[in-house]
Structures are given as structure tokens and as C-alpha cells.
Design a protein around this ligand. Sequence first.
Ligand code: PLP
Length: 291
Amino acid sequence: MPGVRQAGRVTEQRRVAVWRDGAAVAVPAGEPVVAAFDQGLGRGDGVFESVAVVGGRTPHLAAHLARLSRSAALLGLRDPGDAAWTELVTAVLSGWDAGAEGVCRLFLTRGLGDGTPPTALALLAPVPPETLRQRAAGLSVVSLGLGLPADFRARAPWLLGGAKTLSYAVNMAAQRHAHDLGADDVVFTSLEGLLLEGPTSTVVWAAGGTLHTPPADTGILAGTTQARLFAAAEADGWPTATTAGTVEDLHAADAVWLLSGVRGAAHVHTLDGVRRGDAGLSRRVRALLAG
Ligand SMILES: Cc1ncc(COP(=O)(O)O)c(C=O)c1O
């Protein structure tokens, strides 16, 4: 992205703020802020968001807070509310270099459990260089099965479909598996071979003059970037649809992207080892997201 540069030494650029006694408290990034018995640490029992910081601001914070609140409700977690999150975000943004792109992570865990208050904190760090590279250069992606029927999570609330939980070990393992295969990222598929999502992104493809994305009732996370792109595309006369597609549909598509708030629209240039183009559509997608 032109005009955007990475912040200086990463460790100097990190910020942390924690919610304590009804207020956001900034703490040095190297200092411990979570008790060892926190359920988020021991069990991944919590939810999170990754929010893009551009020009020293968080232009899409509201959509992330709405999703955080939905995720918290699905886990039965007490959400401290938008005012508290906004205070935490303001605390970590204080003194941040507005010329640097950042990623602000919001964490909400069950805390120590037994009815004690949840743990809420905000972290801010520069966007990793590899993320910026992938945004510009595109991605080699492999499809990997998740082993669940596409309609299963809609009837299995204990699987927390649609919640952005802290339990991302499987997502990270899938990305490492992709790296072992020489690829950058992953598209998960259902037991029947239907498209789901990436480990940290939403799948979008262009075909037949329409933008497509898999249906949310498969238990995937509702992407804020995909929602923003589809609203802008509709307003620009580019039809959109939720479509139960397959990997074959991606091979046949004019273009495929993995969308997420921080990386943006990264086009898929290789799928399961097969090179593919984007029909020049990535520029339009980026312009719609920037608008
Ligand atoms: C599993 C998953 N799907 C989709 C997304 C994309 O969501 P967003 O566009 O709101 O960043 C993410 C992003 O973190 C994700 O982790």
C-alpha cells in the first residue's frame, strides 16, 4: 500500500493496555498482565479481534466490536462493552506513529473463572513485514479438510461456530502445514468438499460477473472485510452472493482472494499447486475496500 511504512524496531513499537478497576491502564509491553491461572491461558477460553490501525486510527473498530460482542455472547462471557474497548484502544494508540500500519488485538478471556471479572486487554504492534508482502504479492494456498459436514456447526453450538475464539491452535497448525508444503496459507473445506474459510481469512471469488463467498451457516466467521467489500461492490453495481462452492469453483473462477482486516484482499495466485490469475480484478477490489 503506497504511503504506508512499517514502524521502527518492533519491540519498541509494542503497546499494551489492560482493563483494571473500571479503567484502561497502559502497561509496559514486556510486563506480565495476566495471572497464570487465567482461563484464557490454560484453555484458550476467550475471544479476540484483530483490528487494523491506519493513519493512527481504527476506521473499522465498530464492526469488530459488534463481532466481539457476538463472540462473547456465544461463549457466555461478560463483555465489558464498547466504551471500555474504546478506552483500551485509545490507551494503546497514545503516542503511536501515525505513519506506521499497526494491528490492534483485543482479548477477552474468562479470567480466573468462578464468576470473577473477565480479563480484557488491548495490544498494538506493527503489521509484520510478511503480511505486507502477502498483501502485495498474493498467496499460494492449499485446500485442507476440516472433517465436518458443512451443516454440522449450525446444529452444534458447543463447537462455537461463528465465534472468534482464542482457540486458534488448529488454525495456526494448518498454516504451518501449508508452509511445510511450500504454500503461504489455507482454504478449509467441509467433509463434503464445500468451501469454508481460511484460518485467519474469508474466501471470496469472482465468477460470472458476481462476487461469491461461502454461507455463514457453515459455522465460519462472518468477516468484517468481506461484509465491507460486498456492501461497496453492490453500491458500485458488482453483484454479490453467498454460494456453497467447491475447490473446483475456485479453480474455474476469474479471481480468488483471502480477505481479512489487517492483510486486506490478498489474491490467490496458486491453488493446490496450480497457478491462476486474477483477471485484473484485484485493483477494483482494493479500490472498493479503500473507498
Ligand atoms: C477464521 C477467520 N475467518 C475470517 C477472518 C476475516 O475477518 P475480518 O475480515 O473481520 O478480519 C478472520 C480474521 O481474523 C478469521 O480469523
